[in-house]
Design a protein. Structure first.
Length: 94
């Protein structure tokens, strides 16, 4: 599964494998954004989950989340950048 979200400041990339799904948050120059906040939840669910990116702009989300919630929302925040608020995605294979 690969998903891309490109705004004026962020690129959000998801690549699934095994029990964890790798996520990257990149700036417009495709450089990783360390310690970005990624908040995600299943569409229609109230409980949000959060993960921080590492020093390279990468994080992992349990793959079970995408199996349980094929449609989900993502919010990304990073100091000095415009926030991405509640963008909706549909999980799928490419």
């Amino acid at each position: 599964m690969r998903l891309f979200l490109l705004s004026s400041f962020f690129l959000f990339y998801i690549s699934g494998a095994f029990a964890q799904t790798k996520v990257e948050v990149l700036d417009s120059e495709r450089k990783g954004l360390p310690h970005a906040h990624i908040i995600y939840k299943g569409l229609g669910e109230d409980q949000k989950q959060m993960v921080l990116t590492n020093q390279y702009g990468k994080a992992e989300i349990p793959s079970d989340f995408f199996r349980n919630y094929p449609v989900f929302t993502v919010s990304i925040s990073y100091i000095g950048f415009q926030n991405i608020e509640n963008d909706t995605f549909k999980a799928g294979k490419t």
